[in-house]
Write a protein that binds this ligand. Structure first.
Ligand SMILES: [Zn+2]
Length: 151
């Protein structure tokens, strides 16, 4: 079982190199690099790789609160934050647009803007391990039910 690291040791307004993170948290650099490959955001993949304190803190809190869940899986692109964010309350609505595809609608967990992500129905079981997904009725072109056509 993975060891827990204390997110309170991280200062949110600071950015860290991999080695600094390892030292502060008492983790190995290998562990920190694994977090990055598992979805911990970094400023740049060029060296030195810089990790923002608040993202590291959020990542640790997310991962350690739900150790069996993949935090990056449910992330959704927020146009207001201009980056991937976890949905507010880990809640999402799935609105089918066809038999195989649909949209996930969520609120950004950071700024609460509405975020939309296109997804396939086939990916819902995996997403459901992270998000609480509500199945919505299929989207009608006008958003309303059409009255019967006159003939
Ligand atoms: Zn946002």
């Amino acid at each position: 079982m993975a060891k827990n690291f204390d997110p309170r040791k991280i200062r949110i307004h600071q950015s860290y190199e991999v080695g600094e993170v390892a030292e502060i948290l008492g983790a190995s650099e290998q562990t920190v690099r694994r977090w990055i490959s598992n979805g911990l955001p970094v400023l740049s993949f060029k060296r030195p790789v810089l990790i923002l304190g608040f993202e590291l803190k959020q990542y640790l809190e997310d991962v350690q609160a739900k150790p069996k869940r993949n935090a990056a899986l449910g992330a959704i692109m927020c146009m207001s934050c201009r980056k991937h964010q976890m949905p507010f309350g880990l809640l999402a609505d799935y609105i089918p647009t066809s038999d195989t595809n649909g949209r996930l609608m969520t609120l950004c967990g950071t700024c609460e803007s509405v975020c939309v992500r296109f997804t396939s129905k086939a990916s819902l079981p995996a997403l459901s391990t992270v998000l609480e997904i509500t199945q919505m009725p299929r989207d009608e072109p006008n958003g309303t039910t059409q009255p019967p056509a006159k003939t």
